[in-house]
Design a protein around this ligand. Sequence first.
Ligand SMILES: CCCCCc1ccc(-c2ccc(S(=O)(=O)CCO)cc2)cc1[C@H]1C[C@H]1c1ccccn1
Length: 238
Amino acid sequence: APAHPLWPEIERVTLEQLQYARLGVEGGVWQLFAEDGEMKMYKREEEVDGLAVDPLKAVHTVKGVTGREMTHYFFSPDVRFEWETTLEQMKVLETIADDTLVILQIHKRVWPASQRDALFWSHVRRVPNDTDRDAQDIWIACNHSTEHHEAPSNEGKMVRVSLTVCLVCQTSIEPPSDGGPVTRDHLTCKITYCSVVNPGGWVPTSALRAVYKREYPKFLKRFTQYVKDRCDKQPILF
Ligand SMILES: CCCCCc1ccc(-c2ccc(S(=O)(=O)CCO)cc2)cc1[C@H]1C[C@H]1c1ccccn1
């Protein structure tokens, strides 16, 4: 494994997030708050120091793409402005490896709150599927807040959110019955998106929950459609 001080944390958090995502929405603690076709979005209402920090878990099924393609476009900074509508600025502060970056994002101000930024490492990896032989490998992308010497400390201008996010994808292939080649019509990608965002500074709970309720379904719908459009008519990346 690459010798970088963040590497042990990246390894630990990524695998923890993988287990957390694979728990699904069992246990009756998750409250369904948005549904759109195959997409189901759940939340838990939690407060930390009086701040709403509602963990979110979304499950979705997308036809015609693989988990590698889905996590690749989620990870890639080059295309982020194509699908992330709340982004104002983004800077890759460090390239730790071709699958591991440190990114600073400035998000558009969401009235009535003050503007926020997010500083996090971003990692994508294939997790060999050791249980089910004929299943495809799992792909995970994980973003987790971190410190970085190159990130401005903002001196009160901007509030820094802290976040842990993962996108876990499992591809399945229904091979054509006529023994023909596998095309995108035979692909199904099951997605679990998890996020915990601490807004970092006071936001009225009702306002914050309204923002989450509006922004998260829009974000996941737009992102998954973006990937479908990008992959359409392209060779399949397994
Ligand atoms: C008053 C609002 C305070 C918190 C604002 C804020 C900041 C960052 C984020 C966020 C940062 C990263 C990610 S990601 O999944 O890693 C993708 C890469 O961008 C996702 C969401 C969320 C929110 C919360 C609005 C909420 C919101 C939800 C989905 C989209 C936009 N805004």
